[in-house]
Design a binder for this molecule. Structure first.
Ligand SMILES: NC(=O)c1ccc[n+]([C@@H]2O[C@H](COP(=O)([O-])OP(=O)(O)OC[C@H]3O[C@@H](n4cnc5c(N)ncnc54)[C@H](O)[C@@H]3O)[C@@H](O)[C@H]2O)c1
Length: 353
């Protein structure tokens, strides 16, 4: 009898003799290898299904469960053997290393009671996880995104504490729409909405991608900060958290446009933290490593992506959006007292490598 469930990590599924063969077969069919999945090995299988955009259908999960339970590969499914080198014994490290303890959200009831928090990018990924956590901790969320359908789904899940604002943060009127929806004090702002570039090195930069990345990743957050800060100053305080990236800390994590945009957002964070120090307005940033979300990546530029690919093998692991929400909600909460101008890497230690 197998103990594997859709919540079990990919690593355990690959280790199962029958289910592992099927999973490898599916990967091979999609032109992927087990090695390419290395950063995702700690993620639950169900997360892979969510991220795959339909390429990994829920029926396949049922087939994997059957394979693990019966020890046999169901008919008609592709299979592939484990790579030869996994048979090599681990060297003796002189210390026993157990499986990493699984993590689940620890909600702090009432942490955001009576507070209004603006969250951009709330229809998907990290923004959705932040919005969800704040509502479950008592707050009201002004949820901003270009995706009206995604916001409707969020509101259907979380109820009246979500006030959806369907808006493009690059449109000047969007900041007014956010203030109108808040209808009073904004206690905190999480600038989460952002887009990736195509990994292009500077000689490959496409003007359209550059402009879009700068407008969404830099101009949009600045406009919302500009809109909420006067109210925060008048109220004697408020907390702003800008979501940057590993690409805000190093040159090797993305292309020229995304790296420049996230470095710029660090500059805006630090400048604002300095300018408002002592007023009660705190401005911090969180720099996520790799996170399992639906973030779209444009077709890769050949030169730049061949360079960034060399670094990506060093990513310690993919995090779930809820893990980022834990770091971001902390900085949005009053527990962030005395923190101002912090750029907090939430990346499993990637930034110290
Ligand atoms: N996923 C990662 O690995 C990763 C790593 C480092 C940093 N980040 C950063 O985290 C943030 C969230 O990323 P995610 O992975 O959750 O992405 P995601 O694509 O899942 O979510 C981003 C959301 O932002 C919205 N959005 C995009 N442009 C917008 C606009 N102009 N106006 C309003 N909404 C807009 C999208 O509709 C989407 O719902 C981004 O700033 C991203 O740069 C992500």
């Amino acid at each position: 009898m197998s103990n594997l469930t859709p919540a079990s990590p990919l690593r355990d599924w690959l280790a199962d003799p029958a289910a592992g063969q099927v999973l490898r077969g599916m990967l091979a069919q999609g032109g992927q290898s087990e090695q390419a999945l290395a950063p995702a090995l700690g993620l639950p299988l169900e997360q892979l299904v969510k991220m795959s955009g339909g390429k990994f259908p829920p029926e396949l999960v049922d087939a994997l469960v059957t394979a693990a339970e019966t020890g046999r590969v169901p008919e008609g499914l592709p299979t592939a053997p484990p790579p030869a080198d996994t048979a090599t014994a681990e060297p003796d490290l002189g210390v026993e290393i157990g499986a990493a303890e699984p993590w689940s959200e620890q909600i702090t009831p009432g942490r955001f009671d009576g507070q209004t928090v603006v969250v951009t990018g709330a229809a998907s990924g990290i923004g959705r996880a932040v919005a969800s956590r704040i509502v479950r901790e008592g707050g009201r969320v002004i949820a901003v995104d270009v995706s009206g359908d995604g916001l409707a789904a969020l509101a259907a899940d979380l109820g009246a504490a979500v006030v959806p604002v369907t808006a493009d943060i690059t449109a000047p009127a969007s900041a007014d729409a956010v203030l109108a929806a808040a209808g009073g004090r904004v206690d905190a702002l999480a600038n989460v909405a952002g887009v990736m570039d195509d990994d292009a090195a500077v000689h490959e930069v496409d003007d359209k991608i550059w402009d879009r990345v700068m407008r969404i990743n830099v101009d949009g957050p600045m406009r919302l900060m500009r809109a909420v800060v006067p109210g925060m100053l008048a109220a004697g305080g408020g907390r702003i958290v800008n979501i940057v990236s590993e690409a805000a800390l190093r040159g090797s994590a993305a292309g020229a446009a995304y790296t420049t945009s996230k470095h710029a957002l660090v500059g805006l964070t630090k400048s604002s933290a300095y300018q408002y120090a002592g007023t009660g307005v705190q401005v911090n940033a969180v720099a996520p490593g790799a996170v399992a979300t639906g973030i779209q990546v444009p077709a890769a530029a050949p030169f730049g992506s061949s360079r960034t690919a060399r670094m990506r093998v060093a990513i310690p692991g993919l995090a779930m959006a809820e893990e980022l929400a834990a770091s971001i909600a902390f900085l949005l909460s009053k527990d962030a007292v005395n923190l101002n101008g912090v750029i907090l890497p939430s990346d499993g230690g990637w930034s110290v490598a």
